[in-house]
Design a protein around this ligand. Structure first.
Ligand SMILES: [Zn+2]
Length: 259
């Protein structure tokens, strides 16, 4: 219940257009986590800007207040992308309405970090690795920036050591790098940055596959053991979204705090 309330409070602040970095604003500590999560790229922040190691300065806020949920999905500022805390560990209850931690993505931030796939800027950083070499072993492509490939190699080794009935949810995979848009928003997909992987669709659930008039009914068949391994290595899980996508994992260490 506490988590549900926390989601609701975080989202209410977005809707109310709370001033940026007010006392106790969860974005303040989230910004510290953001800078700490990407030490190769980010140098620091103050209460208005994010500073990159190459000297680039980005505004935290875009000045727009009272954004609706669809606007947050399509036009998130850097502050917006940090506003909903990600609940690490097993979920006690299904996500609250519109609690999609990690789905608000500031396009300028991710394009600066990983490149624009439509401009051919992502593929030079892609590397291949064998996914679950003891069970499946086919080659997948992810970015080497921020050590994403190394983290995914570690995830692969740990899942490969799980019992067959559990690790079966992790192969065959549905994809990693693909330069495309998110189905329901048209915004760049994290798959286009080389930071995401979709596991076995045969045991996955995606809200978009179901009729979606009215409240969304939560579904999940992804084993907790697999989710815990991904979270340990800096990947968030789409099964913790109200708009659930349980095959989807994405490298977002800033949302997982200290690992
Ligand atoms: Zn995905």
């Amino acid at each position: 219940m506490a988590r549900t309330l926390c989601f609701a409070a975080g989202f209410a602040m977005v809707l109310a257009g709370a001033p940026l970095l007010a006392q106790n604003d969860p974005v303040q500590s989230a910004l510290d986590n953001l800078v700490a999560a990407y030490p190769d790229a980010l140098a620091g922040h103050d209460d208005k800007t994010l500073r990159w190691r190459d000297g680039t300065i980005m505004p935290l806020s875009d000045g727009a207040e009272g954004k609706t949920f669809p606007e947050l999905l399509r036009h998130a500022s850097i502050a917006d992308q940090l506003r909903i805390p990600y609940p690490r560990g097993p979920l006690a209850t299904p996500p609250a309405v519109d609690a999609d931690p990690g789905r608000f993505r500031n396009t300028a931030f991710f394009t600066k970090m990983y490149g624009d796939c439509q401009m051919g800027q992502v593929t030079p950083h892609l590397v291949s690795l064998a996914w679950l070499p003891k069970s499946w072993g086919k080659s997948i492509s992810v970015t080497s920036l921020n050590g994403v490939d190394e983290q995914l190699r570690a995830v692969s080794a740990e899942i490969d050591a799980l019992p067959e009935n559990i690790k079966r949810a992790a192969y065959p995979i549905a994809g990693t790098y693909k330069c495309r848009a998110v189905a329901d928003t048209g915004e760049p997909s994290p798959h286009g940055y080389g930071i995401a992987i979709d596991l076995n669709t045969a045991v996955s659930d995606y809200w978009y596959w179901h009729p979606h008039d009215g409240p969304i009914v939560y579904r999940n068949r992804m084993p907790e053991e697999i989710v815990a391994i991904f979270e340990k290595h800096g990947f968030i899980w789409g099964g913790k979204w109200y708009h659930y996508d349980t095959m989807h994992f994405e490298f977002r260490p800033e949302l997982l705090g200290a690992r």
